[in-house]
Write a protein that binds this ligand. Sequence first.
Ligand code: ZN
Length: 132
Amino acid sequence: MKLDPIATQSDRHERQLRAYEDTYRKLAAQLAEVGFIWPGTVVRQRLTCGKSRCACHDDEQRRHGPYVYWTTKVKGRTVSRRLGPKEAELITQWIQNRRQLDQTQRRMRAVSEKVAALLLRTAKPGRAPADG
Ligand SMILES: [Zn+2]
């Protein structure tokens, strides 16, 4: 039985650390499972045409489409390309995969920050990292 409060605190930190490591391993395993990825976003738009008498101008329900566009930034400029049905399906899925990947990475960073806080808080005082 440990009555020493410092030892008890240290045990708690150890358990917490192992829990974070466990979470991190599971997130890292998700990275290995990720499918193909694609940049940018897919948008679906229903458009009006150039014919002034066409019903699409009066009734939003009668607009043409939906047309599917893929949009991304290239060297700071937004570029857009219309997609066919097969492309739209594939790219939509791959973009979804990329977002899942991004989310997993954000979670890994969040866990890393908690681990860093835990490790640095429990570090012995007076042992600052050496400069340079
Ligand atoms: Zn029209």
